[in-house]
Design a protein around this ligand. Structure first.
Ligand SMILES: NC(=O)c1ccc[n+]([C@@H]2O[C@H](COP(=O)([O-])OP(=O)(O)OC[C@H]3O[C@@H](n4cnc5c(N)ncnc54)[C@H](OP(=O)(O)O)[C@@H]3O)[C@@H](O)[C@H]2O)c1
Length: 334
């Protein structure tokens, strides 16, 4: 059987993904011991994967080698299995490849059996998947969010951010957002209960964030960069910064160090990073809690869907140009 896959040929410059990746064809091959073959039906587009395309060796995982298929989360049915606990017909989510089919080691890829009774299988990427786990873990464990906290979320209209805005409120906090453009800010305030959303593309952020009366108790940071400085200037005493992502810096390799780092001492702040593989083992508990909110209609995510493997790069680029609201997915028609 033939398999098409996106191959990483070179390290992308900026958002020029078309120059760095190409869609190629190869024989699919056979699964080895411990492996499963997934008929990819959906690909998850995740901003963190941009770092895997770079050559930095001090990230939280090694860079991808050139010439290999691009990795990413996939959902689909198993069509062949040589791994215990998985059989043809099971629907799974795993770290696979941007391809028609993924052959993966069931353990190393974190393959997880999916509940097909959910009303929208895409939710296994969003609220019930890595974005949901990350938002809940980051707010509750890293950010120590408690009732009454003022919680500011950046990249607030994206997948992880939009979930964080809603979960902050479900944990009893008051949500504030940072997003690019008036439209996204209006949607956050109108549809997702965000008290105030700030457009980082217009005006001085340090001045704008001063409108948060009493300061920010928890900052769920998806961006890093200059916006972090504006936030530090407006944190409340004993505030917490949960560092989820640094999307402003993935492509340019810049090392951001806030010029006003002194605020950490002056305001007795705690800054802590967190990374989803560290809490994968809590996935079932996190999913169960998130599922209750989803089933009650209290937690949801819009999907930005691109059709066809050939159009994957167009979908991926949206993460870095702000072209998306909610979760970016590629659906593969079979
Ligand atoms: N720690 C973890 O385990 C973990 C797990 C999942 C995700 N994350 C992180 O969560 C963040 C969001 O990822 P996602 O996959 O959910 O993507 P996403 O939020 O759906 O999309 C990324 C969004 O970031 C914003 N953005 C892009 N470049 C920016 C820049 N230079 N400055 C400010 N905003 C920018 C864009 O919205 P605007 O229109 O607002 O610019 C874009 O829509 C990333 O930093 C990712 O690494 C971390």
């Amino acid at each position: 059987m033939t398999n098409r896959y996106w191959r990483l040929d070179a390290r992308p410059q900026g958002n020029d993904f078309a120059k760095a990746l190409s869609l190629v064809e190869a024989e699919l091959g056979e699964p080895q011991n411990g492996e499963i073959v997934i008929d990819n039906r959906m690909l998850s587009m995740d901003a963190g994967t941009r770092m895997w395309m770079t050559d930095r060796t001090d990230g939280y995982q090694p860079p991808l080698e050139l010439g290999v298929p691009m990795s990413g989360l996939v959902i689909g049915p198993v069509i062949a299995s040589r791994a215990d606990g998985f059989a043809a017909g099971d629907w799974v989510r795993a770290f696979g490849t941007w391809s028609d089919y993924s052959i993966v080691d069931a353990t190393l890829s974190g393959a997880m059996m999916l509940d097909t009774s959910v009303s929208d299988m895409r939710d296994h990427f969003g609220p019930l998947g890595m974005n949901g786990w990350t938002a809940l873990w980051g707010l509750e464990k890293t950010g120590a969010t408690k009732a009454g906290d003022k919680v500011l979320v950046s990249a607030a209209a994206g997948a992880t951010g939009l979930l964080a805005c809603q979960i902050a409120q479900l944990l009893g906090g008051e949500a504030y957002g940072i997003a690019g453009g008036e439209t996204k800010c209006a949607i956050l305030e109108r549809d997702y209960g965000v008290t105030k959303a700030f457009d980082y593309r217009a005006g001085d952020m340090t001045e704008k964030l001063a409108a948060i009366d009493g300061g920010i108790d928890v900052y769920f940071d998806n961006i890093g960069g200059e916006i972090l400085e504006a936030v530090l200037a407006n944190m409340a005493l004993y505030g917490r910064v949960a560092v989820c992502g640094l999307i402003a810096e993935y492509a340019n390799g810049r090392r951001g160090c806030p010029a006003n780092f002194d605020q950490v001492l002056m305001k007795r702040l705690r800054i802590e990073g967190f990374f989803s593989p560290d809490f994968m083992q809590h996935g079932d508990e996190l999913t169960a809690r998130l599922r209750q909110w989803v089933d009650a209609g209290e937690l949801s995510l819009p999907y930005d869907v691109t059709l066809g493997l050939a159009n994957t790069l167009t979908a991926y680029e949206k993460l870095f140009t702000g072209g998306n609201i909610g979760k970016v997915i590629v659906e593969l028609s079979k």
